[in-house]
Design a protein around this ligand. Structure first.
Ligand SMILES: [Cu+2]
Ligand SMILES: [Zn+2]
Length: 177
């Protein structure tokens, strides 16, 4: 449980040393999500790699998306059902935070910057984060008991509105494995 920012910094340093120790034994942990749209069509992948620095490297490679800006988040449940419009993925991976960088108690660990899709429907983007982890023992583990899902929304995240930035419908979803 993080209560103040200082605690989060200590947690990040501890998980960084843990990741380094693992890295010396073999390759770093990796997880990926096969993304589908509401018609259940496969439209690319989101890959996450633990790095020796302790930061998680997030790599998005997708196609067939509507051009323009879209909210991009990690949601708290590893379920992507087209029947319920991907609502089964639950809310944002929230920790004990509020939504968005415009909140004094934000952002959620699962909040990311909006992604911009080109006129060709292709999305390629990369992020680093120290707020999520692939190790079970790490801070905000993605591969916890109920898993996690990557979600892209119809509209951009306003980074302020609770609980999820008014980003609209869920237009792509993938379970992290
Ligand atoms: Cu979302
Ligand atoms: Zn959020």
């Amino acid at each position: 449980m993080r209560k103040v920012f200082g605690t989060a910094v200590v947690g990040a340093i501890l998980s960084a040393s843990g990741a380094y120790a693992q890295g010396t034994e073999g390759e770093g942990a990796t997880a990926s999500a096969n993304m589908i749209n509401p018609e259940e069509k496969a439209i690319g992948t989101v890959t996450m790699k633990a790095t020796p620095s302790g930061l998680l490297h997030v790599i998005i490679e997708m196609t067939d998306l509507p051009p323009g800006p879209h909210g991009f988040h990690i949601h708290e449940t590893g379920q992507c059902s087209v029947e319920d419009g991907f609502e089964s993925a639950g809310g944002h991976y929230a920790g004990d935070k509020e939504h968005g960088i415009e909140s004094g108690n934000g952002p959620h660990p699962g909040d990311f910057p909006n992604v911009n899709v080109g006129q060709d429907g292709v999305l390629k983007a990369e992020f680093f984060t120290d707020r999520l982890s692939l190790e079970e023992s790490g801070e905000n583990p993605l591969l916890d008991e109920d898993g996690s899902a990557v979600v892209i929304h119809a509209s951009p995240d306003d980074y302020a509105s609770q609980p999820s930035g008014e980003a609209g419908d869920r237009i792509a979803c993938g379970v992290l494995k």
